[in-house]
Ligand binder design. Structure first.
Ligand code: SF4
Length: 393
């Protein structure tokens, strides 16, 4: 079986108000906990590789949380352990997420020497009032220094996360952030819109924050998109931009619904069996509980069965985020019919509205245009409504 691997490191130097990923704040007293965690992760990955009989692991993504808070020596141990487990399994892209406050030179050297070939750095914004308003950890003044280090250790092989719609941010501020980041020549930039997730401190404190209204926040994001495209970055997914040929292969596998293993608290993996009369998927998700993970990682996962209908819906939901659209060959192989066979009316209606664009090199794909992506929710609503009739009819 071919599976990518996602590893979740649930530790951060401090928690940002908008974040709904599972993570806990750690400090000096948590060294032993992080040591035990690394060993549990490696045991978990070993068991999963054996259980699913994984022969190839095309991509690895160590995310979180903030993997760089593990520090250089613990990262060396983690990468050394993963290298031993993944030897001869054909790893291509190997990404580690890092945040500026902990991405020091020792950490980056450990990553480079340990086989990592891509860093994803969480900058978000240089603008101090915006950072402080959402309790973003780390000093804005450190960002340029750490970007310079990352560009030295991973030249042309790193990505930067930026955010639009933050409090006290306007177009000029975002464009200035983009210009400062571009000076370090990243290969890839993710530009996320700030989202108020339920249950986050941001949601609880929203009344006291001067968040830009929705249309102003949208305008800020659009200005950022245009600046990135003008600088030669291609928008290849809702929030992701890359230099030609530098898309994140790991994330493309998610959008294509290709198998991945997930290790770590709150991580989830999805494995799809094809070839039977009906495709069948299994998603397992670990509890958001570090103690439970340390004591019995494998058995703490919640398992969800994905039947044919669920898989079709998810293939559309994920596939149309991607500018190349869902892979028609994978779709037909799994479901015996084409996407057009399932949702002909939605496709005809949205084709008239200009939702799709020609996709160079992939003439048969249903590929959303950049402007089309702005209306993705409406397209998917129609697609699911029609799918409801077509899968039951
Ligand atoms: S650093 Fe990243 S993972 Fe940690 S709390 Fe902030 S947004 Fe969430």
């Amino acid at each position: 079986m071919i599976c990518s691997l996602y590893v979740h490191v649930p530790f951060c130097a401090g928690l940002c108000d908008y974040c709904d990923f599972f993570s806990v704040a750690v400090g000096r007293g948590d060294e032993a906990l992080m040591d035990r965690f690394v060993e549990a992760l490696l045991a978990d990955v070993r068991e999963q590789l054996e259980f699913f009989q994984v022969e190839q692991v095309p991509t690895v993504f160590v995310g979180g949380g903030t993997p760089s808070v593990l520090g250089a020596s613990r990262m060396e141990r983690l990468l050394g352990g993963l290298a031993a487990l993944l030897a001869r399994r054909g790893v291509g892209e190997f990404t580690v997420e890092a945040n500026p406050e902990s991405a020091d030179e020792d950490f980056l050297r450990s990553c480079r020497d340990g086989g990592v070939n891509r860093i994803s750095l969480g900058v978000q914004s240089f603008h101090e009032p915006s950072r402080r308003a959402v309790h973003r950890v780390g000093e804005g003044s450190l960002l340029s220094e750490r970007l310079e280090l990352v560009s030295r250790y991973f030249p042309g092989a790193f990505s930067v996360d930026l955010m639009a719609g933050l409090p006290f941010q306007n177009e000029t501020i975002l464009l200035c952030d983009i210009e400062r980041v571009l000076a370090f020549e990243p290969a890839h930039i993710s530009l996320y819109s700030l989202t108020v997730e339920p249950g986050t401190p941001l949601e609880r404190n929203i009344a006291g924050l001067s968040l830009p209204p929705g249309d102003e926040a949208d305008a800020v994001w659009l200005a950022g998109r245009d600046a990135l495209e003008a600088a030669g970055f291609e928008q290849y997914e809702v929030s992701n931009f890359a230099r030609p040929g530098r898309q994140c292969a790991h994330n493309v596998r998610y959008w294509r619904m290709e198998n991945w293993l997930g290790a770590g608290p709150a991580a989830s993996g999805t494995v799809i069996a094809e070839g039977a009369a009906s495709p069948f998927g299994r998603r397992y998700t670990y509890g958001a509980d570090i103690a439970a993970y340390l004591s019995r990682h494998g058995s703490s996962a919640h398992v969800e069965e994905l039947d044919r209908d669920a898989l079709i819906r998810e293939s559309l939901l994920m596939g149309f985020r991607y500018r190349e659209g869902p892979d028609p060959a994978i779709f037909r192989r799994r479901f015996s019919r084409s996407i057009e066979d399932y949702i002909p009316q939605t496709i005809a209606r949205w084709r008239e509205r200009g939702f799709f664009a020609a996709c160079p090199g992939h003439a048969g794909n249903l590929a959303p245009s950049g402007e089309g992506l702005l209306f993705l929710d409406g397209f998917l609503r129609d697609a699911f409504a029609e799918l409801g009739h077509s899968v039951s009819g």
